[in-house]
Design a protein around this ligand. Structure first.
Ligand SMILES: *Cc1c(COP(=O)(O)O)cnc(C)c1O
Length: 434
């Protein structure tokens, strides 16, 4: 028997395999032992400002007591029950709440456990929707540089090549169109129409208004309305992947809240449980549901997850939605956006800044560097390590530095992040990267 006491760092090194990590070349991960609001502490007592809400999940800050109490209340009454043949209060209440909050055409909720599976379910819904109508459609349209998750269908619709290259040729057929960023709206719409004519696709999947993993690339609600209405006219289903944008990130509860058109299917996860435990939902219309509703059992959606609609997750999500409806959260969203805008105004004139984007609590800044085509390029690592040394967690995407904080981050904490970004740019200049 092993009796030697091992630290977190030692056990991690011996036993763990991390996300998106080349273990041979990357530094060891930092053990985090405590969280409070926008702050995290490591095993050596060093404090960090969490500038990215722990991968975009955390709206109310770490260790929120109200969410913890909701979890405890649920855990001691009904922690979990299978969702095949059984149902329960938290799932029923959460579904009702989501349907009330989402665009008016959304009528049915299918629960799963993470963003990728919510996308997986959406794509299966779309493909089988046509299959059940005896129409074979096997193509999905997606944006260039999209990110929809790492399971197979989600990976197929994602466009970041580093993540998907090893699996080329074994993925679902996907046709890509450009993101309708400023000046490319028409091109994107034309490419969508051409793709629809050429491939008879089942669905068009998109991250509404902001492509997160691509580096917070933004486009207008008007441009998205145009694309959705093209799909609607041509009988192609639309899937809004709100996994990142959902629950306040864009300044409204959902990015779809900015739209006039309604998508057929919506994917939710990340902030759904207030950043606590995994839960996801794929919601859709009565029309999509009706294509599966039949005396013929084979028309059903044969998809499920052991922990789907986990009562504890649903109970926390309900409490989290209550917190969203508190006026203080809306004020915080406006406050953070105002701070971002002030910083953006200041940085706009910076000679090393190529572009600045803000929406809701999201701030992104592109640096003027020579592109070397490497997502995990040197500059990204130099920046990441610089911020960590300053006690700030930011994960730049190549030459894009972005902030996506929890909504309870304070103005002084935001200022600390802004200052670190300015220092980082000077540091890169001195080192000759810019
Ligand atoms: C993070 C993300 C996903 C994947 O969610 P996971 O929970 O990591 O599987 C899917 N879509 C978007 C837009 C995301 O940002």
């Amino acid at each position: 028997m092993k009796t030697k006491y091992l630290s977190i760092r030692e056990k991690d090194n011996l036993y763990l395999w991390h996300a998106y990590t080349q273990h041979k070349t990357e530094q060891a991960p930092i053990p985090i032992v405590k969280g409070k609001k926008a702050l995290l502490w490591d095993d050596k007592g060093k404090k960090y400002i969490d500038g990215i809400a722990s991968w975009w999940v955390n709206p109310f800050g770490h260790t929120n007591k109200q969410l913890a109490k909701a979890a405890y209340r649920q855990l001691i009454s009904l922690e979990h029950v299978l969702f095949g043949g059984f149902t329960h209060q938290p799932a029923a209440d959460l579904a009702e709440k989501l349907i009330y909050l989402l665009p008016e055409n959304q009528q049915k909720v299918f629960f799963s456990d993470n963003g990728s599976t919510s996308v997986e379910v959406a794509i299966k819904m779309a493909l089988q929707f046509y299959y059940n109508k005896n129409e074979k459609r096997n193509v999905i349209i997606a944006f260039e540089d999209a990110f929809h998750g790492d399971t197979f269908a989600a990976m197929a619709v994602s466009g970041i090549s580093l993540y998907t290259k090893a699996f080329e040729g074994q993925l679902l057929k996907v046709v890509r169109i450009p993101v309708p960023t400023k000046g490319r709206e028409e091109e994107s719409a034309i490419k969508l129409e051409q793709a629809i004519r050429a491939y008879n696709p089942a669905a068009f999947i998109f991250e509404p208004l902001v492509l997160g993993a691509a580096g917070m690339i933004m486009y207008s609600p008007e441009a998205l309305d145009t694309l959705i209405s093209i799909c609607y006219k041509n009988n192609v289903l639309t899937i809004a992947d709100e996994v990142m944008t959902g629950f306040g990130k864009t300044g409204k509860l959902f990015a779809c809240s900015y739209l006039n058109e309604n998508p057929d299917i919506i994917c939710l996860s990340k902030a759904l449980t207030g950043g606590t435990i995994p839960l996801a939902a794929t919601t859709t219309t009565q029309e999509v549901f009706n294509a599966f509703y039949d005396d013929d059992i084979s028309k059903a959606l044969f998809h499920g997850h052991t922990f789907m609609a986990n009562p504890t997750g649903c109970a926390i999500a309900l409490e989290s939605i209550k917190l969203f409806q508190d006026i203080k959260i809306e004020r915080n969203l406006q406050r953070i956006n105002k701070q971002h805008l002030q910083f953006a105004k200041k940085m706009k004139r910076h000679p090393k800044v190529a572009d600045i984007r803000t929406l809701g609590v999201i701030f992104a800044l592109d640096l003027k560097v020579k592109p070397d085509g490497n997502y995990y390029g040197t500059i990204r690592n130099v920046l990441y390590n610089f911020f960590i040394s300053k006690g700030i967690i930011l994960r730049p995407v190549y030459n894009t530095i972005y902030i996506l904080p929890c909504y309870v981050i304070t103005n002084p904490q935001l200022q600390e992040i802004y200052n670190a970004i300015e220092e980082a740019i000077s540091m890169l200049e001195k080192k000759g990267y810019l």
